[in-house]
Structures are given as structure tokens and as C-alpha cells.
Design a protein around this ligand. Structure first.
Ligand code: AMP
Length: 193
């Protein structure tokens, strides 16, 4: 099963994607985690990405698309994966679509975690990450609205979107995700069998 987690910064994508990955026994591909590791290790990618991340801007599409294309070719992705934090722009979504259709593959479902903006800001300011100062948080939410939010419509029109209200405890939200995936039971069963 190949899934995408879509949602604003602070919506809980990472937490829920991690739980679902354990449940389905497929890898979580978090572009944010890959980038943070690259920054720590001061790799070429890390040096290129660092300034964008510190400002709350998106890292250029070409860089991100290459990372994801390389990662999904690894053997642990054979039975599926969860993309967490990618795609984040229309160009990324189109690149994903193209590279998947070349392989005769497609995304099975997109989980959209919907959380009101005041709640997002409160959560992000509690999180204490380097890029979670009030200025950077505001910028990340602005970038989300301009660049990423149009993907809700993009995936909805392809009939792939499952909208989940991301309010409640971690377990309550996870239950809602499992319930939403019930309608994709065939691929779901194959995965957990
Ligand atoms: P995240 O952990 O997903 O919130 O990502 C942290 C930061 O990494 C973002 O604010 C961006 O600067 C960068 N980033 C992560 N994923 C992407 C992506 N798909 N496209 C562009 N930039 C990204």
C-alpha cells in the first residue's frame, strides 16, 4: 500500500504516519527527517537545504524530488510506503505522479489531517524544534497555505483524499485513520495478511 500523509505543519502527520507504518509494516519516508539528518551530517544536500529550512521555506523541488525517487527504489519499499511531508507543492505532486506512472504504479490513498490554524500554532510553539520560533512558524503556515493546501483539491479530484479531523488523542485520531482505510480493504488486507 502506498500512502501520502498531507497536512499543515503541526497537524500530527509524523506521529500518525509512524503508527501506521508500524501497523502496516512499511517504511515511513519523511522528507523533513531526511533533510534534518543531512543538515546534521553536513552533506551536500544538508548544506543546500539548511537555509531554506531555517526560514521555514520549502527546499527546492528538484532536490526533494530526487531524494524521494531514490528512496522509494530501496528494497524495503517494495511492498509500499508512507510519504510523510511529500509532496508539498503541485510540482512535487506532478513529479510523483509521473515517476509512478512510468512504473505502472499509483498512490492508493492520501490521508489529509485537518487541524484549525490556532491549534496548529499552539502545537508548533510547544514543540521546541529549531525551526519552531513564532516567526518561522508563521512563515511555515503561510508557505503551507500557498504551496501545499492546493494539493487537497488535487488529490480530491483524483478521488484519493480521506479527510480526517486531527483533533483528539493520538489513539483516537489513529482509529479514525484505520476506519477511513477500511474502504480500501483489499490493499489493506493484503498488507496485513
Ligand atoms: P517537516 O519536518 O516535514 O515539517 O519539514 C521541515 C522542513 O524541511 C520544511 O519546513 C521544509 O523547509 C523542508 N521540507 C520537508 N519536506 C519538504 C518538501 N517535500 N519540499 C520542500 N521542503 C521540504
Amino acid at each position: 500500500m502506498k500512502l501520502v500523509f498531507l497536512g499543515a505543519p503541526g497537524a500530527g502527520k509524523g506521529t500518525q504516519a509512524k503508527k501506521l507504518c508500524h501497523f502496516l509494516n512499511i517504511p515511513q519516508i519523511s522528507t523533513g527527517d531526511i533533510l534534518r539528518e543531512a543538515v546534521l551530517e553536513k552533506t551536500d544536500l544538508g548544506l543546500k537545504a539548511e537555509a531554506y529550512m531555517a526560514q521555514g521555506a520549502l527546499v527546492p523541488d528538484e532536490l526533494i524530488i530526487k531524494i524521494v525517487e531514490k528512496r522509494v527504489k530501496e528494497p524495503d519499499c517494495r511492498d509500499g510506503y508512507i510519504l510523510d511531508g511529500f509532496p508539498r507543492s503541485l510540482a512535487q505532486a506532478e513529479a510523483l505522479d509521473q515517476s509512478m506512472s512510468k512504473k505502472n504504479e499509483s498512490i492508493d490513498v492520501v490521508i489529509f489531517l485537518d487541524v484549525p490554524e490556532d491549534e496548529l500554532i499552539a502545537r508548533l510553539l510547544e514543540r521546541n524544534r529549531d525551526d519552531d520560533s513564532i516567526e518561522v512558524v508563521t512563515e511555515r503556515i503561510k508557505v503551507y497555505k500557498n504551496e501545499t493546501e492546493p494539493l487537497v483539491e488535487y488529490f480530491q479530484s483524483r478521488n484519493l483524499l480521506k479527510r480526517i479531523t486531527g483533533i483528539g488523542t493520538v489513539d483516537e485520531i489513529f482509529e479514525k485513520i484505520l476506519f477511513a482505510l477500511e474502504s480500501r480493504k483489499d490493499s489493506f488486507k493484503a498488507q496485513t495478511a
